[in-house]
Write a new protein. Structure first.
Length: 381
């Protein structure tokens, strides 16, 4: 069973994605009963939800898309399986506080249904001995990290540093759509019905998720797809001068942990060869495992459960979690990847994860690794 957060903590130390994992925060999904499909949500998940936007329109103020309770129950079963796998690998598992109910939140500029702390990788990045809270894209997630504060204070009291990006107001003019418009895409369907207010003179804000980063010791890869992200990269460089931040030029619209996974120094998992050109030159000579095609039959069919929108891509299962440089936790419903990794000498702990596309997260998304053995190594020199 996961350990209580009152247990004495080890020192916060997490510089990479692959050295031995000792302690991790695992998200939770209680009361994940709806997607709040406001414009900030539609823009963030645009690549995946755009095909459904024409079929799902809601009047302003009625933007809740219900998630069938059966699917939430099955998600919680799979999260429990992940917790068991982690503890079985000798990893101490911490959990955020549980939301006591579905919560509606309000700012001076907009209303939203709060999202529970499931994808804990998104709103925080651990950089060495520093907790960095990031600046959410999605309005419904603006207070999500409050439920992680008991964990953060546990590390802070033990000596960790703690920084937070400026909280974005997320008004109607806060989000930059140029990633899509540069590709000739019309995002009108995502922004229509916008009821949020405006702040005169504010314009585009710093908006950024922790899952836009990949950590490699002293080096951090940062996906920058628009001006919101450019502001965040400047903030990271200004506030964490002991690290080297490498700009990836629009490798994806936001998160990159279903595109790129460093498995150990010199070896990475990559979605396809076309993504090599985005990486630092020193990394382009690494050995690469390209993700095999997944069988569509391994994704759930929601036809009989009413109208639901898969918000995550079909590549979500690339989003694995490394326990150490030889051991990885992979969705059991992606046997094609399990076979490839085992053929390369990895020990694979298979864990079932059925509704990864519906809830927009894989095992890397659901976890925040707080204690690993690695340090500020120079993996790119």
């Amino acid at each position: 069973m996961p350990q209580p957060i009152s247990a004495p903590p080890p020192a916060l130390n997490s510089f990479d994605e692959f050295t031995r994992l000792d302690e991790v925060v695992l998200g939770r999904a209680e009361h994940y009963t709806d997607h709040h499909t406001d414009p900030s949500w539609r823009l963030f998940f645009y690549d995946n939800v755009a095909p459904a936007l024409g079929r799902h329109t809601t009047p302003a103020g009625e933007e809740l898309l219900p998630i069938p309770a059966q699917l939430v129950d099955e998600l919680n079963e799979d999260i429990a399986g992940l917790a068991d796998a982690l503890t079985g690998c000798g990893v101490n598992v911490l959990r955020p506080a549980a939301p006591g109910k579905a919560v509606d939140i309000r700012s001076p500029h907009w209303d939203a249904r709060a999202t529970p702390p499931l994808n804990v990788r998104d709103q925080t990045i651990i950089l060495g001995n520093t907790i960095v809270e990031t600046a959410p894209h999605v309005r419904a997630r603006i207070f999500e990290n409050d439920l992680l504060k008991p964990v953060f204070y546990r590390y802070y009291k033990a000596g960790a540093k703690w920084l937070s990006m400026p909280r974005p107001a997320l008004t109607r003019d806060s989000l930059d759509t140029t990633y899509f418009t540069r590709q000739g895409l019309d995002v009108t369907r995502a922004t229509e019905g916008e009821t949020a207010g405006n702040i005169e003179g504010l314009g585009l804000e710093m908006v950024f998720d922790g899952a836009q980063c990949m950590r490699l010791g002293r080096d951090v890869l940062v996906n920058v797809a628009n001006h919101n992200h450019e502001l965040a990269l400047r903030w990271l460089r200004d506030n964490l001068r002991n690290l080297r931040f490498h700009r990836l030029d629009a490798m994806a619209d936001n998160h990159i942990d279903s595109v790129l996974v460093p498995l150990r120094p010199g070896l990475m998992l990559l979605r396809s060869p076309k993504y090599l050109r985005y990486l630092p030159e020193a990394m382009q000579s690494w050995d690469v495992i390209y993700a095999p095609e997944a069988d569509d039959e391994n994704f759930p069919d929601y036809t009989d459960l009413g109208f639901v929108i898969p918000i995550g891509s079909r590549y979500m299962d690339i989003n694995l979690l490394s326990v150490d440089e030889n051991t990885v936790i992979v969705n059991s419903l992606y046997p094609e990847l399990i076979d490839v990794l085992e053929s390369r000498g990895f020990t694979v702990a298979p864990v079932r994860h059925r509704h990864r596309r519906l809830f927009g997260g894989g095992f890397h998304c659901f976890t925040l690794d707080t204690v690993r053995h690695g340090g500020p190594e120079n993996y790119l020199t």
